[in-house]
Ligand binder design. Structure first.
Ligand code: HAM
Length: 442
C-alpha cells in the first residue's frame, strides 16, 4: 500500500452555507419552539379553531390578487419563479391568509357555515435581514371566516391577549384602527391625494409613485423624513360612516368589557391590501425596529376577490421568532428540558446486548431512554459515560457491566436526588425504575 502524502490529498471541500436570512432551528432551541407551539395549539382548542395546512408554494396570482399588486410584499419581497418543468408561475408563500382563503374556496369549506381555522408554518419574504426580520420566518395564524359582527373581532383579539399572558410576555401594547369600507376609503384617498400633491416636494420616490397607485400605503412609510408630513395627513377615521363607526365602537366596547387596553392609532393601515373595518397590531418596544409581534384585522372583501362567494372574515398572525425573542427578553422562556429519563451504561459485548434489551423494555413502559453509544464504535470507561449521563439531564442511570451481568443484575443510580445507587435484578429493571420515579415524586 502506498502512503498518501498531503500533496496527493483532494482539496478540502468548501463548505456551503445556508441562505442569508433563513435560519436553522438548532437542537438547543427546539424545546422553546415546541413550547410555543404547544401553548398556541391549546389556545386554538380553547376557542374551537380547526387546523388547516396549505402548501408552501402557491400560484403567484394567489398573492398578487390577495395581498394586492401595490404592496411592498408583492412589489419587492416575493420569492417567485417559473416552474421550468411546466411553465407555471409560482411563489413561496409570503403570508398565510390569501393561501388559506384559496384553500377554503377550493374545498368549499364555508358550505356548512362559518369556520374558525388556524395554521402555522414558514413564510418567505425577500426583506433586508436584521434582528427580528428574516427571509424565512414562521407564523402562527388564526382566521375566522363567515362571521360579520364585532364580537368575532373582539374574540380574536382576546385570544391574542390570552396568548401573551400565557407566554409571560411583558410590555405588549395593542393598537387598533378602522379602515372603514371601500367608498369611505375612496373619499379619504381623494383627500390624501390632494394633501400629498400639495406637499409633493416632501415625498420620497416610493411615495410619489404610490400617490398615483395606492396613496394609503404612503401612511405606512417608515421614512423618518416623512413622518411629520404623514402625521398631518387627513385621517381615515374622519371619513367613516355610521355603520363603520358602529362596528368599530362595538369592538372597543367588547374589549373594554374584558379589560383589554388598546390605543387607537389612526395611522395604522397594515401592509396588505385586503383589509376593511378593524385592523390591529401588537407592538413592543423591547425588540428594536421590528417590534410588531402580531397583526391582523377584518378582510371582508378578500373571499369574493379570490373568486369565492362573498363572505366576511377576520384574523391575525404572529411572528414566532419575534415572540420567542420577546419571551427571552421577558425572562419567560421555559427551562431547558432533560433529554431523557434514564441513561443506560454498559461495557460493550454481552453487556451491550443486555443493555439494548433493557432500554427497549424501558421504552415500552413509556420511559425515555438514551443508550450509551461510543463515538468510535469501541467502548468507554464508566466514568466518561457517567459524564454523558449527567449532561443528558436523565434522572436515573442504569449500569450494566460484566460484574452485574454475571450476577443477573443492574445498578440503578439516582442522578438528581439522593445520588443513591442500588443493585436490582435484571428482569426487574422496569419495575425498579418506575418505583424510583414514583418514590421521587411522592
Ligand atoms: P403581517 O403583519 O405581514 O400580517 O405579518 C404578521 C406577523 O408576522 C408580523 O407582525 C411579524 O411578527 C411577523 N413577520 C412578518 N414579516 C416578518 C419577517 N420578515 N421576519 C420575521 N417576522 C415577520 C400577515 O401576514 C397577515 N396574513 C396577518 C393576518 C391574518 N391578517 C388577517 N389574518
Amino acid at each position: 500500500m502506498t502512503e498518501q502524502t498531503s500533496s496527493d490529498k483532494a482539496p478540502k471541500a468548501q463548505k456551503i452555507n445556508g441562505v442569508r436570512g433563513m435560519n436553522d432551528l438548532l437542537p438547543g432551541d427546539a424545546a422553546q419552539w415546541f413550547h410555543l407551539e404547544h401553548v398556541f395549539r391549546d389556545l386554538t382548542r380553547a376557542y374551537g379553531y380547526e387546523f388547516l395546512r396549505t402548501p408552501i408554494v402557491e400560484a403567484t396570482a394567489v398573492f398578487q390578487r390577495g395581498i394586492g399588486e401595490v404592496t411592498d410584499i408583492v412589489e419587492k419581497e416575493m420569492y417567485s419563479f417559473e416552474d421550468r418543468l411546466n411553465g407555471e408561475q409560482l411563489t413561496l408563500r409570503p403570508e398565510g391568509t390569501a393561501a388559506l382563503v384559496r384553500a377554503v374556496i377550493e374545498n368549499n369549506l364555508l358550505y356548512e357555515g362559518p369556520k374558525r381555522l388556524w395554521y402555522s408554518g414558514p413564510m418567505f419574504r425577500h426583506e433586508r435581514p436584521q434582528r427580528g426580520r428574516y427571509r424565512q420566518f414562521h407564523q402562527f395564524g388564526i382566521e375566522a371566516l363567515g362571521f360579520a359582527g364585532p364580537d368575532i373581532d373582539a374574540e380574536i383579539i382576546l385570544m391574542g391577549q390570552r396568548l401573551w399572558d400565557e407566554l409571560g410576555l411583558k410590555g405588549v401594547r395593542l393598537e387598533i384602527n378602522s379602515l372603514g369600507q371601500a367608498p369611505e376609503r375612496a373619499e379619504h384617498r381623494a383627500a390624501l391625494v390632494v394633501y400629498f400633491e400639495q406637499h409633493r416636494d416632501l415625498l420620497d420616490e416610493d411615495s410619489v409613485r404610490r400617490l398615483g397607485t395606492n396613496p394609503l400605503r404612503i401612511l405606512d412609510s417608515k421614512n423618518p423624513a416623512m413622518q411629520e408630513l404623514i402625521e398631518g395627513a387627513p385621517k381615515l377615521l374622519d371619513f367613516l360612516g355610521e355603520e363603520s363607526l358602529k362596528h368599530f365602537e362595538g369592538v372597543q366596547t367588547l374589549l373594554k368589557a374584558n379589560n383589554i387596553p388598546c390605543k387607537i392609532n389612526p395611522r395604522l393601515v397594515r401592509g396588505l391590501d385586503y383589509y376593511n373595518l378593524t385592523v390591529f397590531e401588537w407592538i413592543t418596544e423591547e425588540l428594536g425596529a421590528q417590534g410588531t409581534i402580531a397583526g391582523g384585522g377584518r378582510y371582508d372583501p378578500l373571499i369574493e376577490r379570490m373568486g369565492g362567494k362573498a363572505a366576511t372574515a377576520c384574523g391575525w398572525a404572529m411572528g414566532m421568532e419575534r415572540v420567542l425573542e420577546l419571551m427571552k427578553v421577558s425572562g419567560s422562556l421555559p427551562e431547558p428540558q432533560a433529554q431523557c429519563d434514564v441513561f443506560v451504561l454498559h461495557q460493550g459485548g454481552e453487556t451491550l446486548i443486555t443493555a439494548l434489551v433493557v432500554a427497549e423494555r424501558l421504552r415500552s413502559a413509556g420511559i425515555d431512554v438514551i443508550l450509551f453509544c461510543p463515538a468510535d464504535g469501541q467502548t468507554a470507561s464508566f466514568k466518561s459515560q457517567m459524564k454523558k449521563a449527567d449532561a443528558s439531564g436523565a434522572s436515573y442511570a442504569v449500569i450494566i457491566g460484566p460484574d452485574e451481568l454475571a450476577k443477573n443484575e443492574a445498578q440503578l443510580k439516582d442522578l438528581r436526588g439522593t445520588g443513591n445507587q442500588q443493585a436490582i435484578p435484571l428482569d426487574g429493571v422496569v419495575e425498579g425504575v418506575i418505583d424510583a420515579i414514583v418514590g421521587a415524586t411522592e
